[in-house]
Design a binder for this molecule. Sequence first.
Ligand SMILES: C[S@@+](CC[C@H](N)C(=O)[O-])C[C@H]1O[C@@H](n2cnc3c(N)ncnc32)[C@H](O)[C@@H]1O
Length: 349
Amino acid sequence: MMRGDEVVPIESQLDWQERYCRAAGSPTSAEILRAVINDLQGPRSLSTVLPSHTRFGDLIGLRIMAAVHLLAIERRAPAVAIFAPTLGGVAPSRSADPGRANRQFHDAVIEAIASNTEMIGTAITEVPQTNEVGRSRLLRIALSMIRGGVRLFEFGASAGLNLRADHLPGDPALESGPMPSVTERRGCDLNPIDPTTTSGRARLTSYVWMDDLDRFERLRGALQVAAEIPATVVKQDAADFVGTIELHTGSTTVLWHSSMWVYLDEGSRIRISEQVIRLGAKATRESPLWHVAWEPLPDDRDHHELTVQVWDGGPGSGTVGRVAIGTTHGRQVTLVANDDVGDRDQACE
Ligand SMILES: C[S@@+](CC[C@H](N)C(=O)[O-])C[C@H]1O[C@@H](n2cnc3c(N)ncnc32)[C@H](O)[C@@H]1O
């Protein structure tokens, strides 16, 4: 069982998420969860809307934060919107009287949830679809090690923004070469978001934390890129999708996933791993497979690791190497010295 599979009291998941948001510099989003925790421990007006227990890895706190943000974006919760920096509001922590502003914000959040129980009830059943383009920086590290043509595949792609990683901002200090030429971009999601529609853009924006104007700007830039660089995201389960991928001679097939493994059940994880091994066993120097992932460290919920598994039929084919660690949205990234990746003889020049 992964640590994310534990079933915990809802307050404990919200408390962890609140601390994570606060540490990441988003006190307003943290206050959304503080309002809910206080309510559950006090008046309990939300206890009919929210479950008493939750699977930790379902990250119900993210779902609640996004739903409240979406209500504000859609102007269905104006009393919340006036405190949301992403919507031009003033964060409670930055107001002249933070204590008073916080109490008003808490009231606005509880009122928004209590007045939209149907929407919230649906939102907490939906897997968070944060399409965080900060994670492109990690994918770009792997892409920068590849020479020649790349066919890029992603499962759990949300709106497919990271399928355009080679056109999104990277960090030259982390990359080891220029971007290869990406000739195909294809992903899957249980519920693909169309980044070219108003509702799709609103939904993607709702997953940005309220104080995080950098992420907000990054998303805005990525939406422009998405309008220019096409990528396909099909509605399909991850394990089925991986089973459809074939290798092509003369190009490197890159299979990427980020911040989605925790949402899979054990059966799906095993199926996907078996499909990767089956595909990897067919790989050669002329048709290599790179399996690249940015997922939480198994023993540390607060950090992610970038792993690269190169399959090319040569010695050590299929060895997993850790390349970098950092925080979920692709910040505080540190490269890890690794002999298993990056030095491989590339045949697909
Ligand atoms: C937190 S988002 C991450 C999106 C993207 N990978 C990123 O890093 O920005 C997780 C995504 O995984 C998708 N997902 C969860 N389970 C899935 C499955 N079994 N098959 C396909 N997609 C799935 C969700 O719909 C959601 O869009």
